[in-house]
Design a protein around this ligand. Structure first.
Ligand SMILES: [Zn+2]
Length: 115
């Protein structure tokens, strides 16, 4: 089912004001850190360690980092976890805002009022 774009119901003025507000509220692009946080408990591999009996080490925080081929996990030291988490959250917000601005511009383009 194709849903009609609700932006098409809004006036051009409303769309431009919404676009300006979105752009104004965009977090600083300098915070951008792409990836997702993953929490893991791990086995160290030393024989006789408690982890060999199932008591795993951790939890440790990792950032999934996209590579040309697949992705890898980057270990995040505990002291940096809060800041990394903040940036990952802000990056998701930035990506959402960019998608919303693009959708508005697409609608304005369809009206030939893209300014
Ligand atoms: Zn261990």
């Amino acid at each position: 089912m194709i849903q009609k774009n609700p932006l098409s119901k809004l006036s051009t003025g409303t769309l431009r004001r919404r676009r300006a507000r979105l752009a104004r509220n965009l977090p600083s692009l300098e915070t951008v850190l792409q990836g997702a946080l993953v929490i893991q408990r791990r086995r160290c591999g030393k024989p006789g360690c408690r982890c060999a009996r199932g008591e795993l080490h951790g939890p440790y925080v990792f950032l999934t980092v996209r590579r040309r081929m697949g992705r890898r996990l980057l270990y995040i030291p505990a002291a940096l976890a809060t800041e990394v988490r903040r940036r990952v959250t802000l990056t998701a917000r930035i990506e959402t805002i960019l998608a919303q601005i693009s959708a508005i511009n697409l609608e304005l383009l369809a009206r030939e009022e893209l300014t």
